[in-house]
Design a protein. Structure first.
Length: 402
């Protein structure tokens, strides 16, 4: 074993007992000539083998972390997610909160825009609060792919050194943010629902649900830069547009080598939905276990179509295969913040409440008067949903025709 490896076997101490082989959860240890041999491509340095070795024959040499000069890091960065050149609303939500954080720190708020022929969107980001937009354009950035996006963002961060980097907790943001954080050894707090600045330490306070949503934990990264977090969609207000704002566009160009990827994008298929997109909807009608079966979701869909609303669901309804996961509202689904949320046959477990309790108006329909959903409801209807929902649909159809 080369001395440069972080884990090594001291052959003079190894007696070939095989305890380490049995303890390794990754199958990284084998025996050769009655001595332990560690495959470092499989080992993740969990230390299980070190703990069971009675002869101190396995050691992990931890490198002392290089001290970071925090004075080199400044500014709050927001990754501006785009799709086919259109900036997604999560970016405007992050700019709204990012403006607040940057003002408390006395630094610039910056957006990072990666894509193909997207320069026209820089003005929109500046209008929404960005002081600077870091722009990288290439045909190879047209559709999101992990490798090139990760490498480009790492290059930008390494050069300009932001103190805070925020991404949306979307499919793209979760994938990109975690990869960048690992490469930079900076750590990342996922699925945040709240962000603030500690007034004394001037560090980022990152709040997220923990223990199944039963508590809210505030996490800090005092020893790492940049401080990185992904933020849930629809939990923060979008920044208002100000057409009079001025800002700077910083363009960066990279060689083709940085855009190389281990995967090949074959095609992109759009999800076809019969109703409005759940995350963007102003009105959502959701169904839960009280519906009894998949067929009864037709009643929910009819009310949603009448109101030009999106169809949502509780986790129990999704787990029962009554409706696809893309409709799930809650901690393990989508966080929503519509103007009106109608919950039909949903008891209101904490995981679901976390995903919808920020709605402006909540109407709950449940025959159980003790259902937790009523604790957050603006209006509660204690009755049989199979009687109430059709009546609501009929009434709205009549009213909306006028």
């Amino acid at each position: 074993m080369a001395n440069m490896d972080p884990i090594k076997v001291i052959n003079d101490k190894c007696v070939g007992c095989t305890l380490c082989v049995k303890s390794c959860p990754f199958g990284a240890i084998t025996m050769e000539n009655k001595k332990a041999l560690i495959d470092t491509t499989k080992c993740n340095l969990c230390g299980a083998c070190v703990e069971v070795c009675k002869f101190d024959a396995i050691v992990i040499e931890k490198k002392e972390k290089e001290k970071i000069d925090f004075s080199l890091y400044k500014d709050v960065w927001v990754f501006a997610e785009q799709k086919k050149g259109k900036v997604q609303s999560i970016a405007f939500e992050l700019l709204g909160k990012g403006r607040e954080l940057a003002d408390k720190l006395g630094v610039n708020l910056c957006a990072v825009l990666l894509g193909d022929k997207v320069e026209g969107s820089c003005k929109e980001l500046i209008e929404r609060g960005a002081d600077k937009v870091y722009l990288v354009e290439s045909p190879k950035l047209g559709a999101f792919q992990d490798d090139p996006y990760t490498k480009v963002l790492i290059e930008l961060i390494s050069k300009y050194k932001p103190e805070i980097v925020l991404c949306g907790a979307t499919t793209i943001g979760r994938s990109l943010g975690s990869r960048v954080a690992v490469k930079l050894d900076s750590g990342l707090t996922a699925d945040c629902t709240g962000l603030d600045i500690d007034p004394e330490e001037k560090i980022l306070l990152q709040t997220r649900p923990a223990f199944g949503g039963n508590i809210m934990a505030t996490i800090i990264s005092p020893d790492n830069r940049p401080q990185m977090a992904t933020v849930r969609h629809k939990v923060m207000q979008e920044a208002d547009a100000d057409p009079s704002r001025k800002g700077e566009i910083v363009k960066e160009n990279y060689s083709d080598e940085i855009y190389t990827t281990r995967t090949r994008l074959i095609d992109v298929f759009e999800e076809i939905e019969g109703t409005i997109n759940l995350a963007e909807a102003d009105i959502i009608v959701s169904g839960g276990r009280g519906l009894g079966c998949a067929d009864n979701f037709s009643m929910i869909k009819e009310l949603a179509l009448t109101l030009n609303a999106a169809v949502g669901a509780s986790r129990s309804a999704v787990d029962a295969d009554w409706i696809p996961y893309s409709h799930q509202v809650g901690q393990t689904g989508k966080t929503v913040c519509p103007k009106l949320y109608i919950a039909c046959g949903i008891s209101g477990q904490i995981q679901h409440l976390i995903g919808m309790k920020s709605s402006d108006v909540i109407v709950a329909i449940n025959k159980d008067p003790e259902a937790p959903i009523f604790s957050v409801a603006t209006y509660g209807i204690v009755d049989d949903l199979f009687k109430v929902v059709p009546l609501l649909t009929k009434h709205f159809k009549t009213m909306l025709k006028k």
